[in-house]
Design a protein around this ligand. Sequence first.
Ligand code: DGL
Length: 269
Amino acid sequence: MRRAAIGVFDSGIGGLTVAAEIAARLPHEDIIYLGDTARLPYGTRSPQTIVRYAERATGLLLKYPIKALVVACNTASAYSLDALRAATDLPVLGVIKPGARAAVAGSRSGRMGIAGTEGTIRSGSYQQAIHALDPVVELVARPWPLLVPLAEEGWHDHAVARLALETYLSDFAELGVDTIVLGCTHYPVFKRLISEVLETTFGASDVALVDSAVAVTTDLQQLLMERDLEAPQRAGRRSFFCTDARERFERVGGHFFRGDLSSATVVDL
Ligand code: DGL
C-alpha cells in the first residue's frame, strides 16, 4: 500500500495548485491527478450534479492503485464528501476542514472573510466548519466568480483582475477582517494582487490569506505518517488525466502546476 499513489481530483486545472503543493512537500509520493475539464465549472451547478460528477471522477481514480483521495475542488468538497466516503474505504480528504482550521488558528481578531464559488458559499460549508471550531468568529462570505476565468486566462496581475478585486474585497475590508480563506482552487494565484489591493485601496496590511492547498497537504502528510503509508524514498511519479481539451489542460494547467504536464491522457467518465 505504501507504493500506491495519492489520487487527486478537481473540476479542471485549478486543483493543480493542490497537486503542486503535494508534489513539493511529498516528493516521494506518486500522484494521479484528474481534472474534469469536460464538466468544468462545478461552482455553478446544483448540489445533485456536483455529487454525481464527483462520484464519477472518484470512480475513475479508484481504478488505479491509490492509497488516499484528495478532493482538491472546494465545490466538490463542500457537497460530496459523504457520498465519496460511502463509495470507498480509502481515506478521503477535502479542502474545507483543513482550510477552516488554518483560518481559525491564524486569526487574531476573530473577523474573517471567505471567498469561493457560488456553490461553495451557498453550501455554508466553510461557515459551518469555522463556527464549529470557534462559534464567536464574525464572518463575511462572498462568491468571487470572475476570478476563475481570469486565472485561466493568465491575468493574475491584470488591471481587470485588480478592478474585480477592488469590488470583491470591499465587504471584507468593511468588516475589518484579518484573515481571508481563499476557498477556490483558482484564487491562490491572485495572492500577491489581493494583498496589494487590500493595502493600497483599503489601507489593510497584514491580512492573512489562507490557501487550502497548503492546509490539506499538511493533513495528508500527517495521515500518511499515522497510518504508516509514506512512500519509500524515491522520485514520485506524476500522472495527469483530463476529460476534455488536452492541449488547453497542458498549456494552462502547466502554470498552475508550475511544471510540465505534457503527458496528460484524455479519459471519458
Ligand atoms: N475547482 C473549483 C473550486 O475550487 C473552481 C472551478 C469550478 O467552478 O469548477 O471550487
